[in-house]
Ligand binder design. Sequence first.
Ligand SMILES: Cc1ncc(COP(=O)(O)O)c(C=O)c1O
Length: 392
Amino acid sequence: MAFLRFLPQPLNSSLSTDFLHHHHRLPYPQQQQQHRLNFAVVKTTALSDSHPSRTLLDSKTQVFDAVPLLSSSQAYERMKAFRENIKGKQQYLAMYSSIFGGITTDPAVMIIPMDDHMVHRGHGVFDTAAIMDGYLYELDQHLDRFLNSASRSKIDLPFDRESIRRILIQTVSASKCRNGSLRYWLSAGPGDFNLSPSGCHQSVLYAIVIQDMSPAAGAVKSRGVKVITSSIPIKHPKFAITKSVNYLPNVLSKMEAEEAGAFAGIWLDDEGFVAEGPNMNVAFVTKEKELIMPHFDKILSGCTAKRVLTLAERLIEKGKLRGIRKKNVTVEEGKKADEMMLLGSGVLVCPVVQWDEKIFGDGKPGDITEDLLNLIVEDMKSSPSIRTSVLY
Ligand SMILES: Cc1ncc(COP(=O)(O)O)c(C=O)c1O
C-alpha cells in the first residue's frame, strides 16, 4: 500500500521533502503569483521497488494539481476576472433569468445552474431576434416559433406569452443596445441530475443581449461564400423542425465546413433533396428566374426565409423574377441554378459563389441575391408592421 499526503507547508520549511510549487492556470498573470500553492509531498510507502505501479505513482507526484476551495466572493472575483480577460468579439450587455427574477448587466453573474436540465440533458429550446436601430425585428414571428418549440419539447411556460414578450423587450431596454441581437431560452429548469424533468422545480426563461463587434465578417459574406455538402447526418425531421439546444450535428457540420475552407455545410434530407445549412436556410434562383426554396416540413422554418418569400414578390412586380416556389430541390437542380443563397438571422441573405465543385455566376454574387439582401435590410430599418420599438 502506498500513500501520498499533501501537507500545506511554509515556504521556508526545512523539511527534507520535495516541494511542488504548483500554480493553477489562471488567465491573469498578476493573480497567478498570488495563487501559487506550495505543498510538500510526503511519501509514506510500503511499496516495494518491484511493484508495477511504482513508476506510475512517482510520475503522478510530478503532476498532482491541488485545487483550491473558494469562498463565494473568491469564485465571483475569479468569474469577473475571467470575463474581463476574454477579449472576444461579442459583448454581453444584459441578461435576464427567471431564477433570480430580474436583469443583470454584470457578465460575471450571467450564469446557468449546473443542475439545469438544459445544461446536462439538452432539455431546452431557444430563439433569437435582431436589434436594429433600437427596434426588435420580427420579434413576434420568432416568439411564435419559440413557443412552438417549447410545446414540442414538453416545456411548460413559466409565464404567459405577453409576459415573456415584455421581459424580452425590457431586457433589451436595460442593455441600452441599439444594434445587436437578443437570444432567449426556455429550459426544463434546475432540479437534479436525472434524465426525467419530473424533479425540476420550474421551467426557466433566460435571455441575453449581445453586441457583435466584428463588422468585417459582414463584408466577407457580402462577397459570397463557399459551401460544401455536409457528411454529418441530418437531424430527424421531428427534431429538425424544433429549435432545441441540441446543436451537436450543426456544430460538427460547421466544423467540417471550416476544415474544408468553406463557410457552411449543406444538408440533404433522407430522400436526397436539398435541406438546410447548420443555422440557415437555402434558396436558389433558376435559369428561368424562379426563386425556389425547400419545403419546411423536415427543416427549421426560418423567419428570414419566410420574410424573403414575401419580399421577393416585389421583384416579380419589377419583372426581375418570374416565380416564387417552395418545392423539393434536387442537388442537380440546385447546382444548375444561376444563383444560390443562404438565409438566416445571422447571415440575412448571403450569396453562395461555390457549392462543392460548382461555381455560381463566375464566382460573383448574383443580382437577385443582392436585391433580396437590400430588401431585407430595408425591411429591418423601416418596415413598421414587423418591428417592435424598445423604450430606452
Ligand atoms: C437549423 C437552422 N435552420 C435555419 C435557420 C434560419 O432561421 P432564422 O431565419 O429564423 O434565423 C436557423 C437559425 O437559427 C437554424 O438554426
